[in-house]
Design a protein around this ligand. Structure first.
Ligand SMILES: C[S@@+](CC[C@H](N)C(=O)[O-])C[C@H]1O[C@@H](n2cnc3c(N)ncnc32)[C@H](O)[C@@H]1O
Length: 256
């Protein structure tokens, strides 16, 4: 039986890698590194640096594989994601059959933590369900971009005794500010905060967190909205891609 480790590697700073993750990396015979096209070479570079820095086991080696781009044309959002996961599952299956021998351990290095807006676990489950390659798997947690955001802004995630919503740019308007006092937004390609028109909303925004390019801006949304849009557009142009996350808050501790 093959064994798979799904290892959270943190959100961009190699020092996010936990001791549990280092020990797991050193159990692997093969370390699988996804590459996501020419623009996002830095993301693969962080994974390579993590392996170079922490892997001491000389018998292991890395295998890089390219992740296909999600096709959206003529598909619903969920249909497009489902098809995309299907193509990645086929790639994983081929990797396991060709690059990992029976009895060996393979590791997938996952950005942040595998439970947060990441589909490695569900894709690995999908490969298992296809039944062409037998394996078991375990998950090693990592530091998320959400933790990195709160740490960089030196804020707690929740108001005292209050819930938090974690959502995407596409769905933000459904929750904040009417249903959630704290909303964390990830995967926002449309800068959904622009449409929030509430004089009491505060934003804590961060891009490239944990990397040398980290940028953070916070303040009353109405006051800093334009600045974030400008800084974000400039950084995206300069670096060629962007990863950002933000927390919107309305209200204060003990205000009810
Ligand atoms: C596919 S999700 C992966 C999340 C990851 N599993 C985690 O635990 O943070 C990618 C989204 O995470 C956020 N993200 C991840 N790393 C980030 C970073 N270093 N700085 C800012 N946002 C980041 C962005 O919202 C990005 O669109």
């Amino acid at each position: 039986m093959r064994h798979i480790l799904i290892i959270g590697i943190g959100a961009g700073n190699p020092e996010h890698v936990t001791i549990q993750a280092i020990n797991a990396l050193n159990k692997a015979d093969v370390l699988f590194i996804p590459t996501k096209g020419a623009k996002k070479t830095e993301l693969a570079e962080v994974r390579r640096e993590i392996c170079a820095r922490y892997v001491t086991r000389s018998e292991s080696h890395t295998v890089e594989f390219s992740v296909p781009v999600r096709q959206t044309e003529g598909r619903s959002y969920s249909g497009s994601v489902d098809d995309w996961h299907g193509s990645i599952a086929a790639i994983y299956e081929a990797l396991l059959l060709t690059d990992l021998a029976e009895g060996q351990t393979g590791a997938f290095l996952v950005w942040g933590d595998p439970m947060l807006y990441d589909s490695t676990i569900r894709i690995v489950e999908r490969v298992k369900a296809r039944g062409r390659v037998a394996f078991d798997f375990e998950v090693v947690p990592g530091i998320t971009s959400l933790q990195a955001l709160c740490a960089s802004h030196r804020i707690p995630l929740n108001l005292v005794g209050k819930p938090v919503e974690i959502t995407t740019g596409r769905r933000l308007v459904e929750s904040f500010p009417d249903k959630s006092e704290t909303a964390v937004v990830m995967l926002d390609g449309e800068q959904a905060f622009e449409k929030i028109d509430d004089p009491d909303a505060i934003i804590y925004w961060g891009a490239y967190l944990g990397t040398p390019d980290e940028i953070v801006i916070s303040g009353r949304l109405a006051d800093v909205k334009e600045e974030i849009l400008k800084v974000r557009a400039e950084a995206r142009q300069r670096i060629g891609w962007i990863m950002d996350i933000y927390l919107l808050r309305k209200g204060a501790d003990f205000d009810d």
